[in-house]
Design a binder for this molecule. Sequence first.
Ligand code: GLC
Length: 463
Amino acid sequence: MNTSRRNFITHSGALGALAPSFTASVAPLLNAAQSPGPDPGAASREQRMRWWHEAKFGMFIHWGLYSVIGQHEWALEVEGVPIPQYEILAKHFTPKPDAARDWARLAKRAGQKYMVMTTKHHEGFCMFETKLSDYCAPKQAPGRDLVREFVEAARAEGLRVGFYYSLMDWHHPDGARCANDEAARKRFVTYTHGLIRELMTNYGKIDILWYDVHWPLTPEQWESEAMNKMVFELQPEIIVNNRNGLPGDFSTPEQHIQAADPGRAWETCMTLNDSWGYQRSDDSWKTPKTIVRNLATCAEGGGNYLLNIGPKPDGSVPEESVRVLETVGEWLDRNGRSIYGSERGNLRGGTFSQYTKRGNTLYVHVYYWPGHTPAAEWLSFFRPATVVAIGALQAKVKSARLLKTGAAVTFEQSATSLRLTGLPADPPDGPITVIEVECDSEPVMNHESIRPEWPRYSVGIKT
Ligand code: GLC
């Protein structure tokens, strides 16, 4: 296997922390691992995934030895740190008690319904008690099982529990040579399946297993089918992602939003700045407005949004992350009905708004509020006052209201356009205002159907 770790990740679409890109499109997903093979969870998938589809918003947590140096979780690889040097970090990782309680409370305030924590990242350090290695939190400076604390904290807040687990392991002596040495492969696969077995056995019911990076082996070499089979035997209700090289239950676009093909579940994972693990000088914080728009874009395409925090070495959450998450949570308190439990439709955002739906209800998320336009006579069609106009809606509207206050919104509807009228000049909510529109059937948009019939009045073309 000649593929380098970085190339492997770039080509498998799993990199993003180092080269973030964001395209707010809802196009078919191309980067899912789609190797064919038995699908042990297929029969129960719909039932297992119901809560997850409803939940829409989760917290990702990247925390490990890399947090101690605060230079991103790839520091070991990209800075070429010798392993014995890196191991010293395990002697200086001394988190405060119950750090996870604060994450869980924050997730709850942010309106997130599940949490996924790094139990072992590429650095190979196990944040949990294991019989298979001494390179684990209880036997090093922390002196405690940090995964257990996380599980208990999430449950205390009524949140679902997910484990991130990196197959790629830079620390284990067989982690790279397993690609070319069959005896090493067997040892390393036994080790890996053994750690996953412990995670799936020792913490009660686990809701998500979030594999990452299967470099340098193929799914066959990882024995990924046997891996998933064991996981489902130990945790029949669990859902698994696609990063052990099998399709699993959902796809995982990283640092960008891209819907999977209809019928396929997907979740965008994204950082709040540019880094997953704590990176002390990364100040590229996304705004609450960007996060709310991303969440709505995911919901519009039927996907979930897994948003990351990178706690500091003591476990505390960077202040900027707290500030953004709390603002998002306050918005969700007022507008959660437009996100949780929403369903994928054919609605496409325009230039000032995007759309989610549930049943016959359409939610118009206005992120650029139109406001009053100067009252020139010739502009009167567009903005007689403040109007939010939506083209090509096929369903007949029965009523509309501001989601924040419930105040009724008046409207006019023609064959081409729904015009929500009588709105205030200033946006009634922030960072995005949502208008709830009840229709007599499923809200569907079809711009194609109205183009030929477009009212043209007299357009000054001489025949
Ligand atoms: C990539 C990165 C990793 C991060 C993950 C999150 O695989 O290597 O650092 O944990 O993406 O999706």
